[in-house]
Structures are given as C-alpha cells and as structure tokens.
Design a protein around this ligand. Structure first.
Ligand code: EPU
Length: 431
C-alpha cells in the first residue's frame, strides 16, 4: 500500500494550553532525531536503488522533506510505522523551490546530493531566519572547490558539474549542514576529499554511517577531519535513524524544572554528556543505562547554572532556551551564553512576561531565579524557544497559552501527548 504523507491536519494557528504546577513523573520514549533524519532523507538521492529509513519521527519538517522529494518526482512510500521507502531513481526535477525552502532551511541539504549524483541542482537560497543570519556561503564555497559551477540568480543557487572532484576543504566556521552537504557531495566525487574543521555532531556521524552502509568510504566522522574516498555509485539500504538528543534533553529539563522524576527510554545517553553535567549542577540525580536516562529532582528547586553554547561536544545551542527556562525559576543567579547564533534569545522577553527576572547583555541571558512564574499568553518565533516556553508553563502558576505552535510541530513529535503521559496538564486547541 502506498501512503503519502499528507498535510498535517493540525492547523498552523493551534495553541497549547498548559496548567502548571505539577511535577512530571513517569516514562516516555524518545523519537528519531530530526537533525539526522533530514540529511539522511536528502542523502537517499545519492542511491541507485530504493532506501528504507526507519525510526522516522512524525514531524512537520519530515513532511516538508517528503514533499520536497515528491515534487522532484521521487517515489516515496510511508508505512503506518513511519518507515519511509524512497526510490530516488524516479527523479525528474532537480529543484528545491522557494515555497519549501522558506519553511525549512534544511532543504539546502539536497544541493550536495543532487549535484553529485545528477550534475545539477537549483535550490532556493534560504534567506533570513528568526535566530540569526545563517548564510550558506560555506556550502557554496566547498562545492565550488570540488569543481561545481555555481551562480546565484533570482534568489536561487544554480549549480552544475560534470563529476565533482575531491578537494581539501578547510571550513572557516564549524557548520553542521555545511559539513553534511559537502560530505554527501564528496561520496560520489572523483578522488579524495578532506574536510577540515568539520562539525562533529552525532547527526553528522549518523549521516556518515548511513552513507557508508550505502557503500561510501568515509572515515573520521565525529572528529574535526573527515576523509572521503569517492566511489562510482551507492546502493539502496535500510537504515535506522539515531535517537533525538535534543528531544531527550528537553524532557529532562522539563522534569528538572518541575521537581519531578522521569525516565526517558530509547535514547543514547552518550550523546548528552554536556547536558547531563549541567543537569547535575542544577541538583538533579541522574542514572544512566545503555539506552535510557532517569532523572530525579526529589521535589527540589533547581540551582541556577552557567551555560555556554558551542559546537559539539560542547553544550548545544539547541538546548540553551530550555536551560534559560530552568535558570529563571532556579535558586541563585545564572547565565546562558549563546555563541553559535546571533539572535537566539527571542524567548527571554516572553519569559519576562511570565514574571521572570532575566535580561540579555550581549550574548548572555542573565537570570536571578524567582520562586514562581505566572501563566501568560506567549509565543515564540523558533522551535527551541517554543519548547522553552512550554517548559516554563509547566512550572508557572495558572494557565499559560503558547501561540504559534507550528514551530513545535516542526521538531517535537506529539509533545502534548508525551507531556500528558508524564502527568503534565497540557492540551492543544484548534483555532
Ligand atoms: N554559518 C556560516 N556559513 C555557512 C554555514 C553556517 O557562517 O555557510 C554559520 C551560521 O550562521 C552559524 C554557524 O555557522 O552562526 C553554525 O551554523 P550551522 O551551519 O552549524 O547550523 P545549521 O547547519 O544551519 C544545524 C541544525 C540546527 C542547529 C545548528 C547548530 C539541522 C537541520 N539544523 O543548523 O538545528 O541549531 O546546526 O548546532 O541540522 C534546531 O533543531 O532547532 C536547529 C536550529
């Protein structure tokens, strides 16, 4: 049976209503990682046979990627367990249009695979973003160094190449999707590519594992130097996506902030070292298993922590908003410094409206913890900021209404169901 992802019935204007004040208690399962499944789905374009991807989270960003591949003519079958079978060989168009790229920047990830496998690509430039300027110059420079001819016209990156050539690429800045795009392009290039100052994020390693399973020859993923020996073709495979470390961390912070006790299952504790250190600093008792993490706050209020974001293995930018929420209700003064993106504190003003004592100085959100937040109507302009407001709502007195939750649906599978399972009072209303 062929089941296409259809547009999610959830409306863009849905809201979440949260009644705070209950400690979270219970167990949940963690979904597959958003930031791994997106490059892996783009990477299926490289194969010469069908690829099946499993442990796919039900997220709007996955729906957007499926739409993007579908618009190119790629055959996709999604089964009831959300395994996605992709047959890239039916491709007819090599374009990622503006309408899709503007809703999901990760669409840029088709650029490297299309160019490497089909010698051409037209991908809309992503443009500005709520959390920073986020250019893609390093993606383009890297592909040019591999022999691609690239023009930017009418807001589109127009790229072509006969066969890409291996090259030594020294990245000016550590970029996750930049590393992923170049890594995918290099798999089918002629000769050897070396990516220096590569991103070391677990999602880059997962993509490299996937590509190697298809027959690529990549070594060094997870270190700053990745070496790729180009091969002539890649074959179709089955691949299971790794667990979402940011979803994992988000639920752990939610439990910590409410003084609760939770077990998160089907995750990988090894990917969360920097986050676990900060949760322990906050006073959480944490027990680790092979694929689970238990956090117990024993009813206590967290201690404020100091957090500085940087590329992996340092503390992730995708967790700083959640730790700002923790700091605003913690005992003492805390600080969260954002070093990756220039404008990622949109949650701070919303938290102030809930009674938080928090201010931004330069790249740092400084907090003086208050005992109680008050529920309010809030909204956020990016995914992790939205998550931080939900978390704040779980500990606030009274009702918090989180608006514009389409951001949340991009990156958290069934968040209200998982939080309800943990005893949180949260419901979605359609407007
Ligand atoms: N940068 C450049 N030039 C480039 C590319 C990046 O200057 O060509 C700069 C960016 O402006 C930024 C820094 O490099 O200051 C790092 O950005 P990066 O390219 O690593 O970010 P990304 O690849 O666009 C991914 C995740 C983000 C996550 C960041 C950092 C995906 C699909 N997205 O974005 O995830 O915050 O890495 O870890 O993997 C999220 O999930 O909420 C999210 C935003």
């Amino acid at each position: 049976m062929r089941i296409f992802f259809c547009n999610d019935s959830r409306d863009l204007m849905d809201k979440l209503i949260i009644n705070g004040g209950r400690p979270l208690d219970g167990a949940i399962r963690i979904s597959g990682a958003k930031n791994a499944v997106l490059p892996i789905l783009a990477g299926t374009l490289l194969a010469e046979g069908p690829v099946t991807v499993s442990n796919v989270p039900h997220l709007n960003d996955v729906t957007t990627t499926v739409s993007l591949l579908g618009r190119m003519g790629v055959d996709l079958v999604v089964d009831e367990k959300l395994n996605i079978e992709v047959d890239p060989q039916t491709i007819k168009e090599f374009c990622a249009p503006y309408e899709l790229v503007k809703t999901m920047r990760a669409s840029i990830l088709v650029l490297g695979p299309l160019l490497a496998r089909y010698g051409r690509a037209e991908v809309s430039l992503p443009g500005g973003c709520a959390i920073g300027s986020r250019p893609v110059d390093l993606h383009i420079k890297g592909l040019q160094a591999m022999g691609a001819e690239i023009d930017v016209q009418n807001g589109y990156i127009l790229a072509k190449a006969k066969r890409l050539r291996g090259a030594k690429l020294v990245m000016d800045t550590v970029t996750v999707t930049g590393t992923e795009n170049l890594l995918m392009a290099a798999t089918l290039a002629e000769g050897e590519t070396i990516i220096e100052n590569a991103a070391r994020e677990p999602e880059v390693v997962d993509l490299a594992d996937f590509l190697n399973k298809m027959g690529a020859q990549i070594s060094g993923a997870g270190t700053p130097t990745i070496t790729v020996k180009g091969v002539d073709s890649l074959k179709g495979v089955r691949y299971r996506v790794l667990p979402d470390r940011i979803e994992t961390g988000t639920y752990l912070v939610a439990a910590a902030i409410t003084g609760g006790r939770i077990k998160v299952k089907d995750t990988d504790p090894k990917l969360l070292d920097s986050v676990i250190v900060k949760l322990r600093d906050a006073g959480a008792k944490i027990t680790l298993g092979d694929d689970w993490i238990e956090l117990d706050m024993q009813g206590r209020r967290p201690q404020a922590v100091t957090v500085k974001t940087a590329p992996y293995p340092a503390f992730p930018t995708d967790m700083q908003a959640q730790f700002t929420a923790l700091n605003v209700v913690a005992e003492g003064t805390g600080s969260v410094t954002e070093n990756v993106f220039e404008n990622r504190f949109m949650h701070v003003q919303e938290m102030q409206r809930m009674g938080a004592d928090v201010r931004v100085e330069g790249k740092t959100a400084l907090t003086r913890g208050v005992k109680n937040l008050n529920g309010a109507q809030v909204m956020a302009t990016d995914l992790r900021a939205s998550a931080s407001l939900i978390i704040a709502g779980l500990v606030a007195n009274g009702e918090t209404v989180v608006d514009r939750i389409y951001h949340i649906d991009r990156g958290y599978e069934a968040i209200e169901e998982k939080l309800s399972q943990l005893g949180g009072k949260i419901r979605r209303i359609a407007v």
